[in-house]
Design a protein around this ligand. Structure first.
Ligand SMILES: Nc1ncnc2c1ncn2[C@@H]1O[C@H](COP(=O)(O)OP(=O)(O)OP(=O)(O)O)[C@@H](O)[C@H]1O
Ligand SMILES: [Mg+2]
Ligand SMILES: [Zn+2]
Length: 449
């Protein structure tokens, strides 16, 4: 027996209320509240005899991860897939989520039992993709179903080490009357799947769609529920695809994985620095080396500075935050004593790559001044350093790995903050390291004719 009750749920943040509001009281978004009818669920019968334990009574098997078949994917997961963990993979429609996961499932199935549940596409559609992807495994099992209880039965029957749900928005629990993709469905389905994964030590990968503003569709609670949240996105310009972890209970969240979408599926990019840099020596362009988790990455920074025709000069950025640009412009005005209020300033990173590492400031500043003066920066150079408000160049994290990356790329000169240790000796004859303490010194060194 089940009794129906009706609640009102914000489809954006998942907040429940007992009456309708035009605006969500929690996340303040408009017209996101929808009436959902849910059936009262039976209480779980099998309340096992659980009791608290001391640490020495708890067995701790060392987690032995297995590979996703892609080094780039493993890196983002923190070193591979953890048995019994739940990973949520989000991404915009058509970005390549199913492709990535099907390729990975194929590779994993060479060593492990794998079940791929497709709730969006038919078996035939998946087969067409599979044939395009040129996989060699014959053991991957595909199950096309949208009903949660049938899905759970099949997972229990197969008992795989790795299972995929493509996608969480397309499946439904038939004990509930709300439609697939609604907050209560997404929440109920994922928590049941989560329990199933934990109880049976199955690694579960759940695919979820993201809305236009980049948030995972459905409640934020979904992100809290799972162990790892990964986003798959394009770089706006080319066929490259970036995998980033947003949350990871088993690893760092700064890692990125880079792929290229080809006819035969996704290919890993082994030398990513080469795709975000051009190595041309022209005015307005510098190279910086940013840190992405355990990996340094060289990225170009392009600036275009023009006399303005507007009463307020234009400032736009792609790949760095606009506030960062405003701050860098203010530092230049004050400490290089160049007036920029009459100039428009546009900044774009190579491939639109999003840089959050503050040590890219110096590269941005030199690009701006190089464009303004129409002087190319010092040939074959890279710039690293965060600009302080008083014009000093602050030290950067992982400077050694950044310099090593510059050496690997064949860059001849690198402008860096004052080095703490005697790093300089390690790189003798490999690269010319110029240590500077403020922006003025950097400008004098890199932009003199
Ligand atoms: N023949 C092909 N050659 C090259 N690329 C292709 C080909 N067919 C599909 N693609 C690429 O694959 C992408 C679709 O991949 P996929 O279906 O895995 O995306 P998805 O994120 O799962 O999409 P959805 O949100 O619809 O489930 C297309 O946008 C396109 O870039
Ligand atoms: Mg898909
Ligand atoms: Zn809300």
């Amino acid at each position: 027996m089940s009794s129906k009750l009706s609640t009102f749920i914000c489809q954006n943040c998942g907040t429940e209320t007992s009456q309708y509001f035009g605006k969500c009281l929690n996340c303040k978004s408009w017209n996101t509240i929808v009436e959902e009818i849910k059936s009262k669920r039976k209480k779980n019968q099998d309340t096992k005899n659980k009791k608290s334990l001391a640490f020495n009574e708890i067995s701790s098997k060392k987690i032995s991860r297995f590979t996703s078949g892609f080094r780039e994917f493993d890196r983002v997961l923190g070193g591979g897939i953890v048995p019994g963990s739940v990973v949520l993979l989000g991404g915009e429609p058509g970005i390549g989520k199913s492709t990535l996961v099907l390729q990975s499932a194929g590779k994993i199935s060479l060593n492990e039992k794998v079940l791929y549940i497709t709730a969006e596409e038919s078996l035939e559609q998946v087969k067409i993709r599979w044939e395009r992807l040129n996989q060699s495994s014959f053991d991957l099992k595909i199950f096309a179903e949208t009903n949660l209880s049938l899905i759970i039965e099949e997972i229990k029957r197969i008992n795989p080490s790795f299972a995929v749900i493509d996608s969480i928005q397309a499946i439904h629990n038939d004990e509930m009357e709300s439609s697939p993709g609604s907050v209560s469905q997404v929440r109920a389905c994922s928590s049941e799947l989560q329990n199933l994964a934990k109880d049976n030590n199955i690694a579960l990968l759940i695919i979820g769609h993201v809305t236009k503003d980049g948030a995972l569709a459905g409640p934020k609670t979904l992100e809290h529920l799972v162990d790892t949240v990964i986003n798959f996105a394009g770089d706006n310009i080319s066929s490259h695809r970036l995998l980033r972890s947003i949350k990871n209970r088993f690893g760092s969240t700064f890692e990125i994985g880079i792929f290229e979408m080809l006819e035969e599926g996704l290919r890993e990019i082994k030398n990513p620095s080469s795709i975000f840099t051009n190595k041309e020596n022209i005015s307005g362009v510098t190279t910086t080396i940013t840190n992405q988790g355990t990996r340094p990455l060289a990225v170009d920074i392009q600036a275009l500075v023009n006399k303005t025709f507007y009463s307020n000069p234009r400032r736009t950025t792609t790949g760095i935050s606009i506030n960062r640009l405003h701050q860098i412009l203010a530092v230049i005005e004050k400490h290089v004593e160049i007036k920029l209020s009459d100039f428009d300033c546009y900044i774009a990173t190579g491939g639109g790559f999003e840089i959050n590492d503050p040590s890219s400031d110096l590269g941005v500043a030199i690009s701006i001044l190089s464009s303004l003066k129409n002087i190319p920066p010092l040939a074959s150079s890279a710039f690293i350093g965060e600009l302080g408000l008083s014009g000093q160049v602050r030290k950067s994290n992982n400077l050694r790995t950044k310099i090593e990356e510059a050496v690997r790329l064949g860059i001849k000169n690198i402008v860096v903050p004052k080095l703490e240790e005697q790093l300089n000796n390690n790189f003798q004859n490999l690269i010319n390291i110029k240590e500077i303490s403020n922006i003025k010194e950097a400008v004098d060194f890199s932009l003199s004719k």
